[in-house]
Design a protein around this ligand. Structure first.
Ligand code: ADP
Length: 450
């Protein structure tokens, strides 16, 4: 099928054409008001054609169009009919305002330009052809005396029979030429834009596929990496416990350094895995009852363990009252461990405080430190993947810049909110509010998050 016909039969974009319905009602309503005004003061004859035939016709086709958009049926057919009614109405208005001498003739071009923007070349060419034809019909009816004209100058010419069929043909030819030039140039631009749009669509799809493959690759690799890291951790623990014989103090220190490095590596691998899962919309949450105090104690151990020989005071304060919340424990611990490990990493001396308090909306966990702090202008960007305040090769603190983006993703999945207050040189406080209940739990008790 030729491109032109294929475009003509293309289902129009609902969103694009929907705005035409209210506009149609308003414009037709205004025309009726003007017609009534001119009729009242006897300024124009035959306005009843507009009021009693053309305006109701347009109201009817407009209403059919509205119905078609709502029901999503016959949209193509009724949008064509509505456009036809628009053109007939416009030609009638041109006739009432002076026929070939009407300043409103230029509205044909405006309407064609709007149709071109909203639809495609096929529909635009068809609409332009109907306009030229309806204009030709109007001129023929005027020149044969069937329709009256309202322009005094033209009226004289017509009454003196000075306007013959040649003038009508010339006039129509003039409109046809202008319309052809306009539609031709608009079509060329439209085709160019369409080609660009298709190119971009294709590129976008390629990029999405590449990103999906990358996430899948990261998820697979990181999953495989966890097994050997756990092996290293397990063996170090057994060495530390003396299962392979008593160790000297220096050997114990070496083993605990191995453990610390393996834990750091495991943390990074878990961050990468969590990020890849979030990108693929595959974070599956298993909500369970979680004891707030237990979480705080565990975090304090993690903080002490990461701090090692660093002279840091780890302060824990609990809200008390044996309160429990329902959420995915692993995700919550992942969020809070990332915050605690940052607090310890970016604090050379002073204290790291881990605390919680209850609010009606949920439990607020806070991790505060007396470390280097974060400049105000960086507070938003640090939650994006790979963003670090100091991202240089020679930076003092290690890390891949993933921890806080994992925090943001997991908070989103848990329905939790987070906020950070920080003063450079004084310290930072990260707060996470976890709701008492997870946002949506299906019958299996699992929450699939995007
Ligand atoms: P990473 O810690 O691996 O660099 P994160 O995503 O966890 O990545 O943190 C991003 C950046 O935010 C860090 O590089 C650091 O510049 C800043 N940041 C995070 N937490 C703190 C903190 N407690 N104190 C100071 N800076 C912090």
């Amino acid at each position: 099928m030729p491109e032109f016909l294929r475009e003509l039969l293309e289902e129009p974009g609902l969103r694009k054409i929907a705005w035409g319905v209210p506009t149609g009602y308003v414009v037709t309503g205004l025309l009726v008001v003007f017609a009534l005004f001119f009729d009242h003061f006897d300024l124009l004859p035959n306005t009843d054609i507009l009021i009693f035939y053309l305006a109701p016709l347009k109201f009817a086709t407009n209403t059919l169009m509205w119905w078609a958009i709502r029901k999503r049926i016959l949209v193509l057919e009724l949008s064509g009919l509505n456009q036809f009614a628009d053109i007939v109405l416009l030609t009638a208005v041109i006739h009432f305002t002076g026929g070939p001498a009407s300043p409103l003739t230029s509205l044909y071009f405006v309407v064609v330009a709007i149709i071109a923007m909203l639809t495609n070349v096929g529909v635009t060419v068809t609409a332009a052809t109907i306009m030229v034809l309806s204009y030709a019909v109007m001129l023929t009816l005027i020149s044969t005396g069937v329709l009256e004209i309202h322009d005094p100058f033209l009226k004289t010419m017509y009454q003196q029979n000075e306007v013959g069929w040649e003038i009508v043909v010339l006039d129509v030819f003039k409109l046809l030429t202008l319309m052809a030039i306009m539609v031709g140039s608009i079509s060329a631009v439209l085709r160019m834009l369409r080609a660009r749009e298709n190119e971009l669509k294709l590129k976008n799809e390629e990029l999405l596929e590449a990103s999906r493959l990358k996430s899948q690759f990261i998820a697979n690799v990181t999953h495989e990496l966890r097994t050997p890291i756990h092996g290293v951790l397990g063996l170090s623990e057994m060495l530390d416990e003396g299962i392979y014989g008593e160790l000297k103090a220096s050997q114990r220190t070496a083993i605990s350094n191995i453990e610390r490095s393996a834990q750091t590596l495991l943390g990074m691998v878990d961050d990468l895995l969590s990020l890849a899962r979030a990108e693929r919309g595959r974070i599956v949450l298993r909500p369970v009852l979680v004891e707030v105090d237990e979480v705080l104690d565990e975090l304090a151990d993690v903080a002490r363990w990461i701090a090692g020989p660093k002279p840091l005071e780890i302060i824990v304060s609990s809200p008390g009252g044996d309160r429990q919340l329902t959420c995915d424990r692993a995700a919550l611990m992942h969020i809070l461990t990332n915050l605690v490990s940052n607090a310890v990493k970016f604090t050379e001396q002073g204290a790291v405080s881990i605390r919680a308090h209850h609010e009606p909306s949920g439990v607020v966990f806070e991790v505060e430190d007396t470390g280097i702090g974060i400049p105000a202008e960086e507070l938003d960007s640090i939650f994006e993947a790979f963003e670090q305040v100091d991202g240089s090769e020679s930076r003092q603190y290690g890390g891949a810049g993933l921890g806080l983006s994992v925090v943001a993703n997991l908070c989103n999945a848990l329905g939790a909110t987070f906020r950070v207050d920080s003063t450079p040189g004084k310290g930072s406080c990260f707060a996470v509010t976890v709701p008492w209940q997870p946002p949506e739990v299906d019958s299996s008790g699992e929450v699939e998050s995007v």
